[in-house]
Design a binder for this molecule. Structure first.
Ligand SMILES: C[S@@+](CC[C@H](N)C(=O)[O-])C[C@H]1O[C@@H](n2cnc3c(N)ncnc32)[C@H](O)[C@@H]1O
Length: 344
């Protein structure tokens, strides 16, 4: 089958809300990838989805134009009009960078690091000593990651937990916890000595989180997984709260460009409303709340934090009462802020 048909098929699934990896798997199941190189389809599909909004016509027509070299990386027009730098961010999203950390709960960390070094190249991150940046190779195919001895995590997502600064003995309420990457990191950074109440609305995602934490050997006597709507708090008080909010995922383009195809102003607005409600609950539970969202829109970031007293963070690009990470700086797009007092 021609590449343009496969790309159009993938775009149609993205338009229905499927992530890219799943769309590719479906194409493979249907035999559409026969005779095509899977890695090439994946990288072409990523690029095509990032170009999608700059092309016109049906998914098939857009795929044909893309393969003829037309178009440019683009966010939807309404978004670029509001935030001009998104053009640059779309272009930067074509490249995906990887970072990882080594799991202290499984195997010997030095040995794991040596083993990874036989397959890919990496260096220690400039800001965070526990984090490594991949300089050459694809970590997703390396055994240590599949076995949970090391964890792939974007630097911006890692920075969220650094902003939370978990300490041994602290009780932490993680209000939106699945699939559990940040919960796992909180435990790793405290050598398993923090206690986390991890709540999550989606049962399926909570089950994934449980499998992930088990794979990593995280002590489940210290992590309490609960299916709940965090707008109705499960606990009255915690030393710290992490609200890694459900969001438009507009900062996740390098990770999964499918999110571009379903991005609408209404979606941004409705997530912003949900985030405001969750934040209201968060600040009642603790006077140390890390708020983060993987979105490029101020409604899901700066605008929600206006008027709060916040901590000054030593990493990221200062923006409003928080910091931002951007694809043009190599990471996913994230907003992070640490609230240390309620509105006056
Ligand atoms: C950005 S993700 C969290 C990622 C997670 N912190 C991690 O690092 O792996 C947001 C999560 O919030 C969940 N969610 C959405 N609405 C919620 C609500 N009202 N209460 C609790 N969780 C909710 C979503 O299902 C999703 O899993």
């Amino acid at each position: 089958m021609g590449l343009e048909k496969v790309l159009a098929f993938i775009a149609k699934l993205c338009l229905r809300g499927e992530p890219l990896a799943l769309a590719i798997d479906k194409g493979r199941e249907l035999g559409m990838l026969k005779g095509l190189n899977g890695d090439l389809v994946y990288s072409k599909a990523r690029e095509f989805l990032i170009y999608y909004h700059s092309l016109s016509g049906s998914p098939r027509e857009r795929a044909e134009k893309f393969l003829r070299g037309m178009g440019r990386p683009a966010f939807p027009e309404w978004a670029e009009k509001r935030i001009p730098r998104l053009r640059l961010e779309a272009e930067a999203s074509i490249r995906r960078n990887y970072w990882f950390w080594v799991n202290p709960f499984k195997g010997d960390q030095d040995k794991t690091l040596r083993e990874i070094g036989e397959k890919i190249e990496f260096e220690r991150d400039n800001d965070f000593p526990e984090l490594y940046r991949v300089t050459k190779g694809d970590p997703s195919k390396v055994k240590a990651f599949k076995e949970g001895r090391a964890v792939i995590q974007d630097k911006a997502s890692f920075a969220v937990v650094k902003a939370l600064d978990p300490k041994p003995g602290e009780l932490i309420y993680d209000m939106a916890s699945a699939p559990g990457v940040k919960t796992a990191l909180m435990m790793a950074l405290t050598e398993g000595r923090a206690e986390v109440v991890a709540s999550e609305l989606s049962r399926t995602r909570l089950e994934k989180e449980l499998s992930f934490l088990k794979l990593l050997n995280v002590d489940l006597r210290k992590v309490h997984l609960i299916q709940a709507d965090s707008r109705n708090p499960l606990i009255r008080r915690a030393d710290k709260v992490l609200l890694d909010a459900p969001c438009s995922s507009s900062g996740m383009i390098p990770n999964d460009p499918c999110v571009l195809l379903t991005l609408t102003p209404e979606k941004v607005k409705s997530f912003s409303e949900l985030q405001r409600e969750m934040l209201k609950t968060a600040v009642e539970i603790s006077n140390y709340v890390t708020y983060s969202s993987c979105s490029v829109f101020p409604e899901e970031g700066e605008e929600l934090i206006k008027g709060f007293k916040t901590l000054r963070l030593s990493f990221g690009e200062p923006s409003g009462n928080g910091v931002r990470f951007w694809p043009s700086r190599g990471t996913q797009g994230f907003f992070i802020s640490v609230i240390i007092d309620r509105k006056g």
